[in-house]
Ligand binder design. Structure first.
Ligand code: DLL
Length: 433
């Protein structure tokens, strides 16, 4: 179902004229109200009047996470706190969190975008949404909550954790929609099987999973184990939270970006150049309508490409391909660039290997060492040592072929790698400590 036909199926030309008008407005607003933006634009010799066509966006300076840190906590808000009705924050890997703010109207916009998101996944007012994203400073819980209410669905604000109780509630309340991270969905599936409950006894029909990268193979696993459609949702606190882009359940291929509110660009992460249409690179977003915390050309570090091809669902918004990794997630192992997503891809193509793994990086003397710990199924684990060793060797070879660097593979007993209740921690890099 399409929640907002008028905007979501708007002809491109009309959409682009709205985008230009809104871009001019937001650039003027940040220039007038947010000192760090004014300073950067003055340094670059750009005035709001220089934005005459959409392509002029390329003249504007980028915004990066450090800009937000340097102006912690509220220094990049474009309105006074008396207009801010909510703050959220995302915990970075280092130091202080990134703080974002919303006016009353921003909360309205967000609820609208999340209603569109849920509708794209096939949710309607008769559905019971089991919302297991974390409630709190994280944007996931409350983002979905407001969207589900706007749509008129019944929302269960369960938040993350206490998986057994989640399952009881899911069964007793007849939840039809599951919203959580993909790693937590797998965790729930596992506990479900342990409790001897057949997923068919539940009412679940669809899950909307995001907030972390997950491979197409992981989707297959979740869909099979829970007997549902699994749809990908993308977003980040700096832009609004969840509700930046989502797959439609009709196609499940590429996430429609809500382009009437956000302009996406793809740049070369090394040079900052905008890449020609269709190329893979770093995703950059400009918000067009946000009042409290507008952002101009924010570098997400997420790697993807844009798809302009029309979609069977009827939405005219461009799609972004499933995020394949982050430019700053890249590990450098003995000089070779390695992405965790490449490792996941290799692991998931091996029979008997479970989707639970962890990558441990350490340094021995001057040499980087990488160990991939991965769970195998009960059957494999109870096999002879020789069989296990053979399998580990095979995965080591496959990884070496893909990554061009060698690593050690350790097959571990089922259920030994810590399960996630929110975003999974895949990499432990001991070199930095
Ligand atoms: O994770 C917002 C969100 C909540 C999205 C619930 C979807 C569902 P942050 O905590 O600020 O916000 O983290 C943002 O998470 O830059 C990506 O690296 C990653 N990420 C989010 N969604 C996806 C996805 C929320 N579908 C960061 N695929 C982003 C891959 C994702 N990575």
């Amino acid at each position: 179902m399409i929640w907002n036909e008028e905007y979501e199926t708007m002809p491109r030309e009309a959409l682009e004229s709205i985008q230009l008008k809104r871009l001019q407005q937001v650039v003027t607003r940040v220039y007038q109200n947010v000192e760090p933006y004014r300073k950067k634009m003055d340094e670059a010799g750009i005035k709001p009047e220089d934005i005459r066509e959409l392509r002029d966006i390329e003249k504007l300076p980028f915004t990066v996470k450090d800009d937000l840190r340097d102006n912690y906590p509220f220094g990049m808000f474009a309105v006074g706190l008396e207009k801010v009705v909510r703050v959220h924050a995302s915990s970075g890997t280092t130091g202080k969190p990134t703080v974002v703010g919303y006016t009353k109207k921003d909360i309205e916009t967000w609820a609208e975008l999340m209603a569109r998101t849920l509708a794209a996944a096939g949710v309607n007012s008769g559905d019971v949404v089991h919302n297991a994203y974390g409630y709190g400073l994280f944007t996931g819980g409350l983002g979905f909550h407001y969207g589900a209410e706007r749509l008129g669905a019944t929302v269960i604000p369960i938040s993350g954790g206490n998986t057994k109780r989640q399952i009881m509630i899911m069964r007793d309340f007849g939840s039809t929609v599951l919203t959580c991270t993909p790693s937590y969905a797998l965790n729930i599936a596992e506990v479900l099987y342990d409790s001897g409950i057949d997923p068919k006894d539940l009412n679940l029909k669809v899950g909307i999973f995001g907030a972390e990268p997950w491979s197409p193979k992981m989707r297959e696993e979740i869909e099979k184990k829970l007997g549902i459609d699994a749809v990908d949702i993308y977003g980040l606190s700096e832009i609004i939270g969840p509700g930046v882009s989502v797959e439609c359940v009709e196609k499940k291929e590429g996430l429609h970006v809500f382009e009437d509110h956000f302009i996406p660009e793809i740049i070369d992460p090394e040079t900052g150049e905008v890449l020609p249409y269709g190329e893979k690179g770093e995703l950059v977003f400009t918000t067009l309508t946000k009042e409290a915390f507008p952002v101009i050309r924010y570098r997400t570090r997420d790697i993807t490409r844009l798809i302009a091809e029309p979609c069977i669902c009827g939405r005219t918004f461009y799609r972004m391909e499933k995020v394949s990794g982050r430019s700053d997630d890249m590990l450098i192992i003995r000089g070779v660039n390695v992405f965790p997503s490449q490792i996941e891809h290799v692991l998931m193509s091996v029979e008997g290997v479970e989707p639970h793994y962890q990558i441990i990086v350490d340094r021995q003397g001057a040499l980087d060492m990488m160990e991939v710990q991965v769970e195998v199924s009960e059957e494999i684990f109870s096999d002879e040592i020789k069989v296990l060793e053979g399998l580990a060797k095979r995965i080591e070879q496959d990884l070496k072929e893909t990554l061009a660097v060698s690593c050690k593979v350790k097959l571990v007993e089922p259920r030994t790698i810590q399960r996630s209740e929110g975003k999974a921690k895949r990499v432990i890099d001991k070199r930095k400590i």
